[in-house]
Design a binder for this molecule. Structure first.
Ligand SMILES: Nc1ncnc2c1ncn2[C@@H]1O[C@H](COP(=O)(O)OP(=O)(O)O)[C@@H](O)[C@H]1O
Ligand SMILES: [Mg+2]
Length: 156
């Protein structure tokens, strides 16, 4: 049955990324991984990205955006907090919370991004730990000797 088959293949696609570790040697490889990962994302998904400054969170998101067919450069959102993009599937929100601490994050009005119909990508998600968001994708990027280790996990 067609729907059954689609369901199976979408689960297979999810399993390509859930609980997986990837190693990239260049920023281009990280972008490619992000672009492929975009294929499993659905409206209302929330994606946390964590890792040290310069680890490659924004680079990975650039790849995701290109996977969604978004043109234009995704720069670090640090000074703008939220960058909004439009894709064929849904709206995409890039939130970089680096400059926030838990005390001034309450009146940001970011709920409309997190709990709207788009997909949110959040750098430095520890700033909103108090939101207690359970259902999410988590992308953790670490430096390795010659590149990056990128761990992807889906929490339900
Ligand atoms: N394998 C890699 N993956 C991602 N970025 C890499 C890699 N190797 C080198 N880089 C460089 O590291 C930097 C990552 O920056 P950025 O994505 O802004 O990090 P973050 O958002 O985590 O602070 C970029 O200058 C990028 O070109
Ligand atoms: Mg960044």
């Amino acid at each position: 049955m067609k729907t059954g088959k689609n369901k199976k293949s979408s689960i297979a696609a999810l399993n390509t990324f859930n609980n997986k570790v990837f190693y990239t040697l260049t920023d281009a490889e990280t972008r490619k991984l992000g672009s492929d990962f975009a294929g499993v994302l659905k409206p209302k998904d929330i994606v946390f990205l964590n890792g040290d400054l310069g680890a490659g969170k924004t680079t990975f998101i650039q790849g995701i955006m290109s996977g969604f067919g978004v043109n234009g450069f995704v720069r670090s959102a640090s000074f703008m907090l939220v960058s909004e993009f439009e894709s064929q599937k849904c709206k995409l929100y890039h939130l970089d919370l680096y400059r926030l601490d838990e005390n001034n994050v309450f009146d940001l009005g970011i709920d409309e991004y997190l709990f709207g119909d788009g997909i949110s990508f959040i750098e430095w998600s520890d700033r909103i730990n108090h939101y207690n968001i359970k259902k999410r994708w988590e992308v953790k990027i670490d430096y390795t000797e010659n590149g990056r280790k990128i761990k992807i996990k889906r929490h339900l």
